[in-house]
Design a protein around this ligand. Structure first.
Ligand code: SF4
Length: 417
């Protein structure tokens, strides 16, 4: 357990932020002693912020007195520290800081095992899409316009934004004649036409596996079929695919909808799927469709992409042996959400986290084995950060469970090679 003082002390902290804003410690500094690093800082920081209090990160000096400041700190020998301080706190802020610190300390000092699912994190389509924007930034400098999020991850978007990428929702936000990147999720023919009308230079970062689904949609419609697209309404990939033939395609989102869907001619019906669906749920939906339409024809090979199914397979293995599963990914990442669902189906408690700051200490109560994975759009560095932060609450061992090795790479659009 943490052994150092956990009481509130009065202290003067060089560099403390404005009154009421909490300094959460990256490290604890005593005079004439080595600094104590605080690897779990992001977990404490997130817990304070969830209690409605603003924070900044920095070094916490715990040596001198200032009766207007409140400071809490604790040290776990050999593991690291935890600390927070605030000047002239209101009772609400004091309660938030003390509560957050207590929540972290309640789950600290416990040895844990991390089971790391492999494959995880970036897929070939995401790597290609990010590289498209990076190459354009390197070759032409900013701004580089990107329609929609290049991939569904807040960290990737923020990184590229900081380097000069400008993300827009619609093409009328892009200056006429400028270069625009289409995101990995693909676009409808109507969007391509709108780009031509604005004389935009298009660089297409659509994942080739999404492009394959678009081609199938066109082919199936051309042979006279009604095409049932299994997917989620509102997802950009689905909007783009449906846009290939909106009058001949029908979206089905669930088994219930598959039982009710009506088609013009039951003998001429095909199905396609979004690339990032649950393999298990989609099989159920397709089975219902087959039962209703025996002549149903599907894609030559699965539309659910290799990256989605590999990550689900790997996680199922890990989830079965875990008390808790953490899936790193943004809330709008379809394949990440499917991973959370897959873990829950395997019987584990599971949560989606955008980054370390979303880990709620309460989740770790009595947890000894944590399954960890990341959706196809989540950067690998976030996985390392989570492992490091968990290691700041107690000793961790990391065991990787690899179910398959991915070697697929997609070539860049010819204009960028
Ligand atoms: Fe392409 Fe699949 Fe990655 Fe989406 S998740 S970008 S479809 S490889």
């Amino acid at each position: 357990m943490f052994t150092a003082a956990q009481s509130i002390i009065a202290a003067n902290h060089p560099g403390l932020p404005d009154p009421g804003v909490v300094l959460v410690a990256d490290s604890l500094l005593w005079p004439h002693q080595p600094a104590v690093a605080c690897p779990a800082v992001a977990i404490l920081d997130g817990e304070v912020r969830r209690r409605g209090v603003r924070t900044v990160r920095g070094h916490l000096h715990v040596d001198t007195e200032d009766h207007e400041a409140v400071s809490l700190r604790a040290v776990l020998p050999g593991i690291g520290g935890l600390g927070a301080a605030v000047t002239r706190p209101t009772p609400r802020v004091t309660e938030a800081v003390c509560g957050a610190m207590a929540a972290c300390l309640a789950v600290a000092g416990v040895s844990r095992r991390i089971l790391l699912a492999a494959p995880r994190s970036f897929c070939a389509g995401v790597e290609r899409a990010i590289e498209v924007v990076e190459r354009l930034l390197n070759q032409r400098g900013g701004p580089v316009y990107v329609r929609k999020q290049i991939v569904h991850n807040a960290h990737v978007v923020a990184d590229l934004q900081a380097r000069g990428a400008v993300f827009v929702d619609e093409l009328n936000e892009v200056p006429r004649g400028a270069t625009v990147v289409f995101s990995a999720h693909g676009v409808s023919p109507a969007v391509r036409a709108a780009a031509r009308l604005r004389n935009l230079q298009v660089v297409d970062a659509t994942c080739p596996l999404v492009t394959k689904v678009h081609s199938e949609a066109r082919r199936f419609v051309e042979r006279g079929d009604t095409v049932i697209l299994v997917g989620h309404a509102g997802h950009e990939e689905v909007e783009g695919t449906l846009g290939e033939a909106p009058e001949r395609m029908i979206l089905v989102q669930s088994v219930e909808e598959a039982r009710r869907v009506r088609v013009a001619d039951p003998k001429r019906v095909s199905y396609l799927t979004q690339t990032t669906l649950s393999v298990e749920e989609t099989a159920e939906v397709v089975a219902v469709l087959r039962g209703r339409f025996p002549a149903l024809r599907g894609p030559g090979s699965e539309d659910i992409c290799y990256a989605t199914s590999n990550r689900q397979d790997a996680l199922r293995d890990v989830a079965a042996a875990s008390d808790l599963v953490l899936v790193i990914g943004s809330p709008n990442s379809s394949n990440s959400i499917r991973l959370v669902e897959a873990a829950r189906r395997a019987g584990a408690a599971a949560h989606l986290i955008d980054d370390t700051g979303d880990i709620q200490p309460l989740w770790l109560t009595e947890v000894r084995t944590i399954g960890l994975t990341a959706g196809a759009s989540a950067p690998p560095r976030l996985v390392s950060a989570v492992i490091e932060a968990l290691g700041g609450l107690g000793p961790v061992t990391v065991e990787e469970r690899e179910t398959t090795r991915e070697t697929l790479r997609f070539t860049l659009p010819s204009t960028l090679r």
